[in-house]
Design a binder for this molecule. Structure first.
Ligand code: SF4
Length: 373
């Protein structure tokens, strides 16, 4: 059976159609080479799919009729389905995205100051079990294919009816901060990222595409060799004993190794002004004391970075509490005095202005930490 995103199984001999939505340039060129077609077919088809939102080969009018008929036999363009949408008073939109096997993930679009940021998922569930994360409590189910990851961007543009010239696009930024640890789904995530950046596809700026990781050191090194996107690290603690409790992955890759990997990642970037985003979820009486802020400031001294503070969002079954406004402000001020750029993620999407189409089951609960505000 053909595996989407894997052109080695994508020859015309395979019975199952190949989903072209998730194939980046090189894999699509190989797919067309297997059909005896020239390489430039990849550019034509990428532009139809990703820039014009066309999924029907019959509408790809610069392909010959015989080729369109052949493609209809061996391939398809199949995004996941948008099953439910919630629009909040502040304009934030959340979509339930239904996958072929019935699993669902959430994607969120956040409008802000002329920008539109889409937060996409990379896995169904997550294996890393961070102690403050609702997704981690669900456990791991499966990786998303490249088509299912980039398909979330395709779906968002489709929802807005905004395929077309780039300046009009409602999605200016993409963050892989939804469900899952992206670097544990490495190859599919790299394929999806390369489509998001590619001029024949979405053409997003590398500064506006951000991958957030809990800190898989070897994969951070590998990522820097494969694709040039912004990197965020989910830190949440300024010392190893505390981070061991909050992010169990820290027992394998402690803070010193993670910070060193982030520095190596920056060193590989051609643009030397890039900075790492450090995400720090503030939990009352766990990691929100002034001493933690001072430790964090010392820890990050050698890392070009900006710090994003995220008030913990309580969920049923969690014993953690949201940071108080006073502790949040104290923490922020201490970091500012140490010379850091600090942002605070404001809660978004709280009150629903309207709900379109009845949901078949509730939207999955937002990840308490990553992306979904
Ligand atoms: S915080 Fe991120 S890495 Fe940790 S369990 Fe949740 S989704 Fe996974």
């Amino acid at each position: 059976m053909a595996v989407p995103g894997n052109p080695t199984s994508a020859t015309p001999r395979c019975k199952a159609p190949v989903n072209l939505l998730g194939l980046p340039q090189e894999k699509l060129e190989r797919f067309f080479a297997d059909l005896g077609e020239p390489r430039y077919r990849a550019r034509q088809v990428m532009q139809w799919i990703h820039q014009r939102g066309v999924t029907d080969f019959q509408r790809m009018t610069d392909l010959s009729k015989p080729l369109r008929a052949r493609l209809a036999q061996v391939a398809e363009v199949r995004p996941p389905r948008r099953e439910a949408e919630q629009i909040s008073a502040d304009g934030t939109r959340k979509w339930l995205v239904r996958l072929d096997d019935g699993e669902a993930v959430e994607m969120v679009w956040i409008p802000d100051d002329g920008r539109g940021t889409l937060c996409v998922s990379s896995q169904v569930g997550c294996a890393l079990d961070c102690s403050f994360c609702a997704t981690g409590k669900q456990g791991f189910n499966r990786n998303l294919s490249a088509a299912e990851i980039v398909g979330q961007l395709w779906l968002a543009l489709d929802a807005f009816g905004k395929f077309g010239p780039r300046p009009d696009r409602p999605v200016t930024n993409v963050v892989l901060m939804g469900m899952g640890e992206p670097l544990l789904n490495f190859e599919n995530v790299v394929d999806a990222l390369s489509l998001m950046l590619h001029d024949w596809a979405y053409g997003l700026s590398k500064r506006r595409v951000t991958l957030s990781t809990a800190g898989l050191v070897p994969q951070i090194d590998a990522l820097g060799d494969r694709v040039d996107v912004s990197l965020a690290i989910s830190l949440h603690a300024p010392n190893d004993p505390l981070r061991d409790r909050l992010v169990p992955l820290n027992r394998k890759y402690p803070l010193s190794e993670l910070i060193a990997a982030a520095r190596r990642y920056l060193a590989k970037m051609p643009d030397q002004h890039r900075r790492i985003t450090v995400e720090y979820t503030l939990i009352e009486d766990v990691n929100d004391h002034p001493g933690h802020a001072r430790q964090l400031a010392a820890l990050l001294r050698e890392l070009p970075c900006k710090i994003n503070l995220i008030p913990f969002n309580p969920f049923p079954g969690s014993h953690y509490r949201r940071v108080s406004d006073e502790a949040l402000e104290r923490f922020r001020t201490l970091l500012l005095r140490e010379g850091y750029t600090v942002t605070v993620r404001t809660p978004r999407g709280g009150r629903h202005r309207r709900r379109l189409r009845p949901t078949r089951g509730a939207l999955p609960r937002s990840d308490a930490t990553k992306g979904t505000p």
